[in-house]
Design a protein around this ligand. Structure first.
Ligand code: ADP
Ligand code: MG
Length: 239
């Protein structure tokens, strides 16, 4: 289980994440929403060690993550995908996923290849394993990023706005793949998304940030009926 207590991250005078506490349970799928600039990506960065918190504590199964380097946190099974897919476009689909297996899990070549194929099959891309990544469409690139993350054999996956720019059918496939990641593979999924229908329909719980602060934490229904949440969106959190 991931537990964050009083997490704060300031950039100069700006408090991007302000005293935020929450938990994500084992095998739980939790959404993270909030207006632009609310601090969602920054919160992810505090978890992965990219921007360590200025204050507060983040533990995974009781082990303190704060103060550890990003690669150490990754080795503990925390993996993330990016708002803009970061793939190696001159390589094949299979090679991209093998990278995850080798660097994340220390697999040797044969094991890495086998694991990569299994992960590609899981996301529905195995028939394209020899294709060059530059030829993939946006939706398949996002699935590829998921496969690469899965190849590291994580127990906690952070997903940052993976739904943008997809057709409804593509979004369905992606959502379904995230749900299976959580429920079939037993991986906790912490998912930032601004496409409300997608996140409301598949998460167990949703945490809402506004101007760095947590303003709600509950079931999708509870969050949708929360006045502070409605206000935050209507008020426009854009900075
Ligand atoms: N590396 C950084 N340096 C300075 N300010 C930053 C940095 N990253 C984010 N911020 C600021 O922190 C606030 C929260 O940003 P961010 O976490 O990206 O929001 P969100 O992902 O919710 O849209 C914004 O005001 C943003 O400008
Ligand atoms: Mg963001």
């Amino acid at each position: 289980m991931l537990q964050a207590t009083g997490v704060t991250k300031s950039f100069g005078g700006l408090v991007a994440v302000d005293d935020v506490s929450f938990e994500v349970d084992d095998e739980e799928m939790v959404g993270l929403i909030g207006p632009n600039g609310a601090g969602k990506t920054t919160l992810f960065n505090t978890i992965t060690g990219v921007h360590p918190p200025s204050d507060g504590s983040i533990t995974l199964d009781g082990t303190e993550l704060t103060g550890r380097k990003p690669f150490e946190i990754a080795q503990r099974g925390v993996v993330r995908t990016f708002q803009t897919a970061r793939t190696f476009n001159e390589s094949t689909v299979l090679e991209n996923v093998e990278v995850g297996a080798v660097f994340g899990n220390g697999d040797d070549q044969d094991v890495a290849e086998e694991r990569a194929h299994e992960c590609l099959e899981f996301v529905g891309l195995d028939d394209q394993s020899d294709a060059e990544v530059s030829g993939l469409n946006l939706a398949d690139r996002k699935l590829l990023e998921l496969a690469r993350g899965l190849a590291t054999d994580p127990n906690f996956m952070l997903v940052d706005e993976i739904g943008s720019g997809l057709t409804p059918a593509e979004l369905n496939t992606l959502t379904d793949t995230l749900e299976r990641t959580c429920h079939e593979r037993g991986i906790s999924v912490f998912w930032i998304e601004h496409i409300m229908d997608a996140i409301m329909g598949s998460t167990d719980r949703i945490i809402v940030l506004n101007q760095g602060q947590k303003i709600a934490d509950g079931t999708p229904e509870e969050v949708q009926n929360n006045d502070r949440v409605t206000e935050a969106y209507l008020g426009g959190g854009d900075e």
